[in-house]
Design a protein around this ligand. Structure first.
Ligand code: ATP
Ligand code: MG
Length: 507
């Protein structure tokens, strides 16, 4: 019934509700992105699960966020429950086989999976500013911070590097303002305070090394199945901004690291963004534009992006237009706004003369959806009322013990578990400060005639006046030396790779 060039999704039905035919997602259009929508409890997560299973079986690695923990069951063998077996019969899934999938659990907080980290420089000023909800003026200062880091060879790896740099900038505010424009103590101070809040929310875990290697989410098993990376996102959801920023960062990293491949037989990687509305809520226009750009361009890198959200209206129109493979579960239509949403959702489909799309959307049962996949030449197929197939893996969450076991046996076990804190901005600036203090102390000593003793209240009068400026030079020299030293080491990573920023520059 199903060949290796497609994923079986379920069975569409005729107007009289009898079996019509198998509905499939063509793997060669897997990178043309997709959308899974529907009200709470209508079957979105299960649809995501069966799609992820299908991609994995085809050898395509998958990355997905697990918002409620109920996607974790994909790592375990399913069980023959009555309603699942019945559904399998309805969609003519024969034989209905159970399977466990190769899952790697990840967690930004390092609790429910391997820690997943990025460095501050990888994150870049745009995403950081968005993460911290900075004002335009503050964002300007953030940009300057990254420039200074570049120019002075200061590696920005973790939050304390950024803190140290900002503190240093506050001290040099006048000098920096003259060189780069407005860098005021209050604006730097405001960013520093936001950074503290971020730290308290647990973001400190996320910034640092070892940073995620993209190759680790693109693994396949020896038997040719794609690894499914499941990001534990329940705690992450309490900080939607971090969630959104992280996902955007990951997409941009992929965009920058993967080569151009054009159209392939199947995608190289597929992403599922659950609760995708969080990516766009209160997002400034420039960021939405970037997402739109990344989604559009990442296709040619063989990456498919599937958004999962309640309502298609959650997704900006320009992004929505690029999502070729659609699964629309039931929507409620009580309020006028909901009715409008249903109409809008219905209008996005290529109509089927057999039924009225808007009416059907409100009548769909659980695990049933309006489905339209891209068919030949990448044209959307006529929309079909489709019963979604049951998963082969477990429906629902796994136990903490099961999770621990999978984490311990994972191919990346031990690789990310320990934080590595190498010399970066924080250490360098600390050293500089110390050198400056030492120089000062030395000068002081000379000023007071080499004696350890000073006369209280008389020190200044005793002639520091002229010495001060030469002191400053010493400090500056020390700073330059230290920069030169670090430039020699590993500035490569500190060069702001721009991420989303570089897209703006490059294209
Ligand atoms: N394809 C299916 N086959 C069999 N049962 C299904 C299917 N889809 C959904 N169900 C049933 O419906 C329940 C709810 O589905 P699911 O968790 O996917 O909803 P959801 O849209 O993700 O809800 P929420 O918005 O609350 O996350 C499942 O636990 C399962 O019992
Ligand atoms: Mg769900």
């Amino acid at each position: 019934m199903v060949d290796e060039t497609s994923i079986f999704i379920g069975a569409s039905r005729k107007p009289d509700d009898s079996y019509q035919r198998a509905e499939e997602l063509l793997l060669r259009y897997g990178n043309r992105h997709g959308l899974v929508t529907g009200a709470t409890g209508t079957g979105k997560t299960v649809s995501l699960q069966i799609l992820a299973e299908g991609f994995s079986n085809a050898g395509v690695p998958v990355f997905c966020a697990d918002i409620k923990g109920d996607l974790s069951g994909i790592s375990m063998m399913g069980e023959a429950k009555d309603f699942l077996v019945k559904r399998a019969e309805q969609v003519k899934l024969d034989p209905y086989q159970f399977q466990e999938f190769p899952v790697i659990f990840w967690d930004l907080f390092g609790e429910q999976g391997h820690p997943i980290r990025a460095t501050i420089s990888e994150m870049g000023p745009l995403l950081l500013s968005r993460l911290m909800n900075l004002t335009e003026a503050q964002e300007g200062v953030m940009n300057i911070a990254f420039r200074i880091a570049d120019e002075e060879g200061l590696l920005l790896l973790d939050l304390k590097d950024l803190q140290a740099l900002l503190a240093n900038m506050a001290e040099r505010a006048d000098e920096l303002s003259a060189r780069y424009g407005n860098v005021t103590k209050p604006s730097v101070g405001a960013i520093q305070r936001t950074l503290l809040v971020l730290e308290q929310q647990g973001a400190a875990n996320f910034f640092g090394e070892p940073a995620l290697r993209i190759a680790d989410i693109m693994r396949t098993t020896r038997d040719g199945r794609g690894a499914i990376s499941v990001l534990a996102a329940d705690k992450l959801m309490m900080n939607p901004r971090l969630y959104a920023t992280f996902l955007l960062w990951l997409m941009s990293e992929l965009f920058e690291e993967l080569p151009e491949v054009g159209d392939l037989d199947q995608p190289k990687l597929v992403f599922f963004f659950d609760e995708a509305h969080l990516l766009f809520e209160d997002a400034p226009k420039v960021l939405i534009d970037r997402v739109e750009q990344v989604v559009r361009l990442i296709r040619s890198k063989g990456v498919g992006v599937y958004f999962v959200t309640q309502n298609p209206l959650d997704i900006p129109e320009k992004v929505l237009a690029q999502l070729g493979n659609r699964v629309q579960h039931a929507l409620r239509a009580y309020t006028p706004r909901e009715q409008q949403a249903v109409r809008t959702a219905a209008e996005t489909f290529r109509p089927n003369p057999d039924f009225d799309c808007a009416t059907a959307i409100t009548q769909l049962a659980t695990g049933e959806a309006l489905v339209s996949m891209l068919e030949d030449k990448g044209v959307p197929a006529m929309v079909q009322r489709t019963l979604i197939r049951p998963p082969s893996s477990r429906l629902g969450p796994i136990t903490p013990d099961e999770r621990r076991k999978i984490i311990a046996e994972s191919p990346v076990a031990g690789q990310y578990d320990q934080v590595v804190d190498r010399e970066s901005a924080f250490e360098i600036l600390q050293k500089k400060t110390k050198e400056a203090q030492d120089a000062e102390a030395q000068a002081q000593q000379q000023n007071s005639g080499g004696s350890r003793w000073t006369i209280p209240g008389f020190d200044d009068v005793l002639g520091t006046g002229n010495r001060r400026s030469s002191n400053r030079q010493t400090v500056a020299e020390a700073a330059i030396k230290s920069v030169v030293r670090s430039v020699g080491s590993s500035v490569g990573r500190a060069i702001v790779r721009g991420i989303l920023g570089s897209l703006a520059r490059g294209r």
